[in-house]
Design a protein around this ligand. Sequence first.
Ligand SMILES: [Fe+2]
Length: 761
Amino acid sequence: MFDKKRQRREAKIHPYLAGNFAPVLGEYVMHPCQIVEGSVPLELKGGQYIRNGGNPANPPEEGRHYHWFDGDGMLHGVFFPEDGDDRAPMYTNRHLATPILSLSLFLARSPLPSISLLISPLSSLHRIITAILHTFMLALEARVGTLSVANTNVLWWGSGLGMEANDEVTKGASDISGVTNDIKKIGDKAAEERDGRLLALCESGPPLEVRVPELETVDWDRLEDKKTGQDLRDDRKGWGWRRWGLGRIQEDWVTAHPRVDPINGDLVFYACQMFETPYVRVSVIDRHGNHKVWKQGVDCGPAKMMHDFGCSRKYAILLNLPLTLTPMNLLAWRPKPMIHFDRTLPSEFILVPRDGVSPPARFIDPEPSMVFHTANSWDDVDPQTGEETVEMVACRFRSAKLVYAAGAMPVPAEEFRAGIDDVVRLHYYRFVFSHDAEEPYQISHCFPLSEIPAEFPTTHPYRLMSKARYVYVCSMKEGGFDERLGGAAKVDCLVKADVLRLSQKGIKRGKGKGSAVDKRTVMEIVRQQELLLDGEAPQGDDAAMQVFALPDGWYAQECRFVPKEGKDLDEDEGYLVTYVYDERYIKENGIASCDVGAGSELWIIDAKRMYAGMKAVVCRLKLPQRVPYGLHGVFVPAEQIRKQRILPEPLPPQASLLEKLYQSRLSHFVDVIFTRPQYRERSLPESIAFHTMLPLGCVFLVMALTDVANGHFRMYGMPGILIVISQAWRSWTPYLHRDDVISKLPIPQVRKLLGAVAYAV
Ligand SMILES: [Fe+2]
């Protein structure tokens, strides 16, 4: 009977909470990893690879909304000791200690509404409004000023970044395409100031500073200007809407994908709002923290959901695409979800000059499209016409299927029809500042570079914003990121694309959109690679795409490129770092094993030889626990870690999540053990307890009540009474935990008693 019930329950697990998408409870700090094969390359020594992603401390109950982009942020990092240090690489994973995480632990559920609720056409207006109001009321009551879970991206930023930090090497440099990988050391030579920091990001809040390599949360970093003291919060005075309106909630939000200029170290970012115009604001901060352009408003029509943008050395390229995010959708004559892909809108690309002076240029593509991530953007000049151009490589869809796929939700009929043959592919865009006075802003080219599905792009970190040759993407042998509806998208191959070769070939075909330049599928490329002799590399057009296919049953995540050190090296001389997972550790019932070392490894792959399959893996590290599939990461080299800023006082010790769970209410403990075991493997004692304690408790309770009714009491009724008490705590302890409520109680003895009880549970 219990097995059938268990199977029914397990069948309902959301795909993005099952298998290796399931959250982990364990937190390890600087735990040594076992090197399974190979050795750690010199370039990684002293550095740390860190990846962010959602890991809900309290996964939602069965049947509740969930989306891959929900969940409390958790960082997973591997620190590689310095050269000469014999210690093994060390793994750390920690939840980001946000106020929302504390509130979530306190309430035994997430206080935030799921993104799925905002997207689903089936969500009623009443349900959305009550969910949002409920969140705001909870946040207000708990005095939580920031609603971010910081679960999307990580970025390193500080004064030591940028080639201009060393004038000797980069005097007059405006392009880094001819500079060797030695630039990695440049920041180290010049900048004396130690203010480097790791920022965890999510588009619903300010950046969150984190200490490396222990990954301890420090505090929100609101990017304060050192001279004026101005930070992300608006200066709101007076008594009107501006001071008290909903716009205040979003005043310090920034994108999860800011860009750091590899030449001058500028931090370029934008922020989206939906309650207050202008809905999009662009900012540029120099590497010393001075605000160069601050919250410059850009008119984007209805409020939009913009996840990423392009950034060249001259322009911030805003992707004003038709994915609207506005409460006005709910109030329309024919109500739509808050997040709605409006097919009546064109795809607009707004090039905002980074100098903050010149007006933005607007480039229109009449076809609605979606871009979640851009790979690279750079400025150029057409050699024939002399016209200024900006080029961009991005992952483009023609529909919004991915938005729904990432929540394993049914796709609305209109999007389904529009996206039947839609695959997210690497696209080349060319924006031309034309000499034609009638049409000065033209998109002369927009075409796919390849047929294969491509997402989570990454590039050589020092070739960003210049004419980088290679882009590395995640892909799939079969299907696409948007086709696994009802399932979850998993990456089983990494691909290197020679975007310069492919784009030049595509440009020669003439202006317009056109078909894919490289028409091979992933498996066709893999078969061609298998025919190569040992040590032979693909040649000619075949070399434009290289696929690193993982062995069957293994899946990767977004990778990061770490360049080799040396002069006159090819751009792809370096390593790709990624977490991989062996899905053979997933049980038949879909639950991933939580055994120590259950299936996750970190692989370091030779980017030059991706065609060589497993022979390209130069190092395999066995990790002490499963690393769930997540979002974006960063590699922080040793030089940057040494420049981490010194905090004025040491951080208080941060309890691990398990400790926090056990320190929280007894009812929460009962809740985790008894009502949420489907999200993790249940141990034998837990199973025995689950199958025996509750029924026994109920029997004892009935017996105890019968005894009381008969005028006496015996000790065997205690278990049943304890269960009742624990359930009562679940309802009442939120009030008992509130110190300010307890402190206002009139009788000191009652205050003390309740305070002690609240502390104890
Ligand atoms: Fe992203």
